[in-house]
Design a protein around this ligand. Sequence first.
Ligand code: HEM
Length: 218
Amino acid sequence: MQAALSFYGTAVGKKMVVAVTGLFLFLFLLIHMLGNLQLFAGPEALNHYAAFLHSKPVLVWGFRVLVAGAFALHILATLQLFLQNLGARPVPYRVKRTVEIDYSSRTMIWSGPLVLLFLLYHLLHLTVGSVHPDFSAGDVYRNVVTAFSLWPVAAVYIGANLLLGFHLKHGLWSWFQTLGLAHPRYNRWRNCFAWLLALLLATGNIAMPVAVLAGWVD
Ligand code: HEM
């Protein structure tokens, strides 16, 4: 325990925690998206899947604790690294060179908090139902379709998933770096891989509000 805490006290330790929790959250998002894509298979398939999950409370609550813990650690370690970096350079650079840093890495510091804000809204919207205009517990298909029929709600989901895509692209890229799997010779492949996974997740999630708005799912 003492060894783990003193490792966490170093910048490398915190980066490792961000990388490992980030990968876990990415896997959660992938499974979540695959489950939700059953929207395209109709109400029976999606509601049956949701009912199956809710019939296993120990599994669901165990998973919820893990996901919430991973989110909390991911945010805490990122915040501490950010404050540590600020402390290391109290006087800002006179000339800031961002040429080599791409768009998603520069947006990391505000895409993270915005995705968190979206997550809070999303939980109140589709899990608790308190900000859903017509929530019906147990009828996930209906809740999703009635939600995305309102274009401002669909727009929030599309915008948030675009941001999440950029956040994940940079996260996946950094993941290789932190785990020591980066080499200039493979950087092109690393970049393609990060883009591919981020695009896969963003496209799958965005397909749902777009399909409802377009009337392909009703
Ligand atoms: C179009 C995209 C999405 C759809 C259609 C969707 C749909 C849903 C639905 C219907 C639920 C409630 C499930 C239930 O009560 O049975 C839910 C819960 C949840 N969603 Fe999403 N979601 C989407 C994107 C996201 C994103 C991007 C995140 C993370 C940033 C996320 C994180 C969560 C979490 C943490 C829960 C709570 C899970 C639980 O109650 O155990 N979702 N989502």
